[in-house]
Design a protein around this ligand. Structure first.
Ligand code: HEM
Length: 189
């Protein structure tokens, strides 16, 4: 799996106005002094949310929380400080499959990206740049969601290809044909 390619494909599929842009990175970085001190609260709330819900709590092993909190804190610092380069986006394509291995579902992932946006929205409510900051995080979350969920999909496909031992193009064609049978479009009769 080529993580650079996965990230680029996911980003290219997004209409440009919905993608995370350099201006978004700038506005986030410009408010780093306000965002970074909130990292502890952000991380604690994130894992309190996951541990309060049985399906998400079940993902974690005994004694794992501290390590996970550390990783998420580092993730937030990277998001705020950058650099938001190809390497960063390729790394996110790797974060998707990391979660596949732990059986974290895409609904779980996407819900927690929303947690990120809501957290920022609430914290910056009333701030003079609230709108710009919120928009930057919305585009960030959309881009992360696109890359992570696409990375997840590709990891699944590749795992399936390995299991059934078929060439990728053939598996994709068969899956597409099967999907057409299962969910016939109304316009196709
Ligand atoms: C906003 C969504 C999320 C982000 C940005 C995120 C980010 C990350 C990152 C950066 C890592 C470390 C990857 C590495 O090894 O370098 C990680 C690992 C992990 N995450 Fe998440 N995560 C998210 C949601 C979730 C959710 C919803 C769960 C569980 C319900 C979860 C459970 C885990 C676990 C168990 C690991 C450890 C994987 C391993 O190395 O065994 N994550 N996450």
């Amino acid at each position: 799996m080529d993580f650079h390619e996965v990230a680029q494909k996911a980003i290219n599929d997004m209409p440009p106005s919905t993608r995370f842009r350099p201006e978004d990175a700038e506005i986030i970085k410009a408010h780093a002094n306000l965002i970074l001190p909130l990292a502890g609260e952000f991380v604690t709330g994130f894992y309190d949310t996951l541990f309060a819900h049985e399906p998400t709590r079940a993902v974690f092993e005994e004694g794992e929380r501290a390590e996970r909190e550390k990783t998420l804190g580092e993730f937030l610092a990277h998001v705020v400080n950058g650099p938001h380069d190809d390497k960063f986006f390729a790394w996110l394509a790797f974060v998707g499959p990391v979660h596949v291995v732990r059986q974290v579902s895409n609904p779980m992932m996407l819900a927690m990206l929303d947690y990120l946006v809501l957290f920022v929205m609430k914290k910056f409510s009333g701030h003079e740049n609230a709108e710009k900051i919120t928009e930057a995080f919305i585009r960030l979350a959309a881009t992360l969601g696109a890359i992570i969920s696409y990375g997840y999909e590709v990891a699944w496909q590749e795992a399936l290809q390995n299991v059934v031992g078929m060439p990728p193009a053939l598996v994709q064609r068969m899956v597409h044909e099967e999907a057409q049978q299962m969910f016939p479009l109304r316009s196709h009769g």
